[in-house]
Ligand binder design. Structure first.
Ligand code: PFF
Length: 445
């Protein structure tokens, strides 16, 4: 059923907005600013940019190539080029979608709640205490349910009428909001301290293996790589699309918004001398320091804060859509379910799986580590080996619609040697720490 009537994007712009929507999300605004603050400011930004170019871009192009070439969801697409043994990697992709969306929905639920509060009551006087009160429990679960309800509703609408229609409105709006907030932040007294922190640092001392691991995990998470999200979106592309251009555009937009997010977050925090709150937890910057800054700015803060949290909700929503689409497309193709049935069953299952994260922030943080450091990096390793060594003629496939691009040999070389070697080093360092975190969680409960 799925084969002959496979959906397609309405237009190239629709695909680009949907793919950028997948990439731009909480990762850009929450994780990127937090990791940058923790890991030495500009040094981290530069390292991250390098990784995006040398590791992220080749893997992105690999996902697009397999997805468009096979015209199938991840499990079937890998089997199409590599035989049934490769279905396992596709199953890992789908599992990653399940896990990530289950906790991503909880964080998105907090942002939804903050946006609602900014509108109705204004920001709490003591955001630290407020965040501790709302981040766990039935309230957190309820907002996760609201957020998941919206995600399910859009994905059930289908590729053209659901995902694309939302993305072409949401992404320009998000970009506009981020620029507006960044411009406002630039007008604050003391914004300079924020920029200095963000853009000047001691490069040599800031780079270490731990920072590299963080930057690699962040690059995969932020670019939505290593779990077949880009692959799935590319499976709805027509054959003539120019994949190298699309990859470049998606990666640049993703880096651009992350960079802009830093330009809004740091001046806001530093202008009010709140940098101490950032390190309270990984979520401190977003849910404690910024609301504190907004609260201290009176009426203007409330408006800017509202716009900021709306931007976060929009970014989270278009990313969540792609996470759900990976799982849904797998059941449409694999089990021959209708889109409606797949979306409802899988969406509700993921919503329920969010319960432990909604009731226990320690669980949520461990899930985030497992998802990034095991699933996405491991998935990226599997995929680069697949396209580098197993798939018969990836350079022939990628060249369709992109004839004359001179660097496909370099691309294949990166996928064969550089990307796997890099990911093995990173995984070697991140896996033990991740397993220790999982063990800590199990033994604490
Ligand atoms: N890229 C999204 C973000 O930065 O928030 C998160 C994400 C979406 C990760 C889709 C993985 C994915 F497949």
């Amino acid at each position: 059923m799925a084969g002959e009537s496979r959906e397609q994007w309405n237009s190239r712009t629709g695909f680009i907005f949907a793919a950028v929507g997948s990439a731009v999300g909480l990762g850009n605004m929450w994780r990127f600013s937090y990791l940058t603050a923790e890991n030495g400011g500009a040094a981290f930004v530069v390292l991250y940019l390098l990784l995006t170019l040398v590791i992220g871009l080749p893997v992105m192009l690999a996902e697009l190539t397999v997805g468009r070439g096979a015209g199938k969801s991840p499990i079937q697409a890998l089997a199409h080029y590599g035989g049934p043994r490769w279905r396992g990697l596709g199953a890992v992709f789908v599992a990653a979608g399940f896990i990530i969306l289950s906790y991503y929905g909880v964080i998105a639920g907090w942002t939804l709640r903050y946006a609602g509060e900014a509108l109705v009551t204004g920001f709490a006087d003591d955001p630290g205490l407020h965040f501790r009160n709302i981040r766990e429990g039935s309230g957190a679960f309820l907002f996760h349910v609201f957020f998941m309800g919206a995600t399910i509703g859009i994905v059930a609408g289908g590729v053209k009428r659901g995902i694309e229609r939302v993305a072409v409105i949401a992404m320009p709006a998000l970009f506009f909001l981020v620029c507006a907030v960044a411009l406002y932040a630039a007008t604050l007294d003391g914004a300079g301290a924020g920029y200095r922190y963000y853009l000047n640092t001691d490069f040599v001392n800031a780079w270490s293996l731990d920072v590299l691991v963080d930057a690699a995990g962040q690059a995969f998470f932020s670019l939505s790589l290593g779990m077949g999200a880009m692959l799935t979106f590319a499976s709805y592309l027509p054959r003539e699309s120019h994949l190298p251009n699309e990859s470049l555009l998606i990666a640049s937009a993703d880096f651009g918004v992350a960079f802009l997010a830093g330009l809004m977050v740091f001046p806001l925090i530093f202008a009010l001398g709140l940098s101490g709150d950032v390190s309270e937890s990984t979520l401190g910057a977003l849910f404690v320091a910024l609301p504190k800054a907004f609260a201290a700015m009176g009426a203007a803060g409330r408006v800017v804060g509202l716009l900021f949290f709306i931007a976060l909700v929009v970014g989270a929503l278009t990313s969540a859509i792609s996470l759900l689409e990976v799982v849904v497309s797998a059941t449409i193709d694999g089990l021959n379910w209708s889109r409606l049935q797949s979306t409802l069953v899988m969406g509700l299952a993921i919503t329920a799986l969010g319960a432990p994260s909604a009731w226990n922030i320690g669980f949520l943080e461990v899930m985030d580590k497992v998802a990034n450091n095991l699933f996405l990096l491991g998935g990226g390793l599997g995929l680069s080996i697949f396209v580098g060594w197993v798939m018969k003629d990836p350079t022939g496939e990628v060249a369709v619609g992109a004839e004359g691009v001179p660097w496909f040999g370099l691309w294949r070389g990166l996928l064969r040697f550089v990307v796997p070697a890099f990911l093995i080093v990173v995984l070697w360092n991140s896996v033990p720490a991740t397993l220790r975190a999982v063990w800590g969680l199990i033994s604490a409960s």
